[in-house]
Design a protein around this ligand. Structure first.
Ligand SMILES: [Zn+2]
Length: 424
């Protein structure tokens, strides 16, 4: 086992944060500390409350710095300025995640994407360093036949890629009757890897192909990873690098995941709202990790108008939750017909084939959304429509990401909420 696989953070490491802004008691009280039974964090918590963080202006810079930006698909792009030592620390943690996903020193890893304006993709290389693997850089716009040749020539064993970026290569394999039998593992990031994609991809990859994902955001850095035993949308968390809390929804054991990055000084990340609606799983994972992990249910925030009335996206989350739908195969499109009537279109195989469930969806909206029933009767909004979820029926954003909710009224496609709007 490599050293990083037994990552131990010392007390001194954890408290290398130099200064402080007190967290208000008011905020603290609102938080339900669901995650209680792991010693390190209980030790940290009281100190977190009294720590102060550096204000950017007070730092005497004696090291390199770098700025990243989020994609802005859920609002205005946010800039994250980092000291280079913070980038390196994040990369080490992220590399630990890669190794837990199954990347080893024997692997030849083809990694898609090259840095663009304010993108953090070069940090993938810094992270992979900690797995001691061999790296094959692949540009996302390279021709699939060249990519195929390169992967074969170098004997690539792992693909590190955003699912949408893999599609051109898989389509090439499909049309040319070729296979990449040597590929044993796909590690995804940047967006959710859906079951239909796994099924499709696996026809052209190695016989025992496995799929894993890592979990991170451009603002708060690396947050988690999937081990061999994690289900779809389930992740181990980087406790110790981040401090995680759950902001519960009313009367519920699910809530928004908040994280405090324990290593940032120039641009402190305190109680960062990830926008991910999660459920916490307790107990020891088969891999041996006994710290709390999460299942990501969906993204949350924002409100729009439907037929001129306020419409909260959380109603769609209620549908997902109450009907136990898998977000991997689910999309809602808000469209406007030729007369300007708003319609919610559900793309889900489970809903499409079940009229009782369709009625339940409508019942939920009637209960939750003021005037929903009345608006349908008046013809202000259309009755929800249901379609099968297929590769061609659902929509992607301009950057090729799959989204849960897309507002397509007014011509262009507006992304409301991603399944996982993440960079590597
Ligand atoms: Zn595990």
């Amino acid at each position: 086992m490599k050293k990083i696989e037994t990552l131990n953070l010392s007390e001194e490491d954890l408290f290398s944060i130099k200064s402080i802004t007190p967290l208000t008691a008011e905020v603290s009280e609102k938080i339900n500390y669901l995650v209680k039974d792991f010693g390190t964090f209980e030790r940290i918590k009281p100190q977190l409350d009294t720590l102060t963080y550096f204000q950017g202006k007070k730092i005497a810079f004696n090291e390199a710095r770098v700025s990243f930006s989020s994609s802005g698909s859920t609002g205005t792009p946010k800039i994250t300025p980092l000291l280079f030592s913070e980038v390196e620390k994040n990369s080490m943690i992220h590399g630990f995640g890669y190794s837990q996903c199954g990347i080893t020193q024997n692997d030849i890893v083809a990694t898609w994407g090259l840095p663009g304006i304010l993108s953090s993709e070069f940090t993938v290389y810094l992270a992979l360093k900690h797995t001691s693997c061999e790296i094959l850089p692949i540009g996302e716009f390279n021709k699939p036949d060249r990519v195929y040749e390169t992967l074969v020539k170098f004997g690539a064993t792992v693909l590190l890629v955003m699912p949408s970026d893999l599609i051109p290569l898989i389509q090439f394999l499909e049309s040319s009757g070729k296979k990449l039998n040597n590929i044993r593992l796909v590690v995804a990031g940047g967006e959710a890897l859906r079951d239909v994609q796994k099924k499709y991809f696996s026809q052209y990859l190695g016989e025992n192909i496995q799929f894993r994902s890592v979990y991170q955001s451009s603002e708060s850095g690396s947050m988690g990873y999937q081990c061999a035993h994690c289900d779809n949308n389930e992740y181990h968390l980087h406790h110790g690098y981040q401090y995680f809390e759950l902001l519960p929804l009313e009367n519920s054991d699910i809530g928004e995941l908040l994280c405090t990055n324990l290593w940032r000084t120039w641009s402190p990340i305190i109680r960062f709202k990830t926008g991910d609606l999660v459920k916490v799983t307790l107990g020891t994972c088969t891999c041996g990790n006994n710290l709390p992990r999460i299942r990501i249910l969906s993204r949350m925030n924002s409100v729009t108008k439907l037929g001129g009335e306020r419409f909260d996206y959380s109603h769609i989350e209620t549908v997902i939750h109450n009907l136990n739908l898998d977000i991997a195969d689910f999309q809602v499109q808000i469209v406007s017909d030729h007369k300007g009537k708003d319609i919610l279109r559900f793309f889900s195989n489970k809903l499409f084939s079940n009229s009782a469930l369709q009625n339940e969806v409508i019942e939920i909206f009637i209960k939750k959304v003021a005037k929903f029933d009345q608006q349908i009767r008046l013809g202000v909004i259309g009755r929800p429509e249901f379609y099968p979820y297929t590769a061609t029926s659902v929509c992607k954003t301009a950057t090729g990401k799959m989204k849960i909710i897309l507002d397509q009224r007014g011509g262009g496609t507006t992304t409301i909420r991603g399944k996982q709007d993440r960079m590597f």
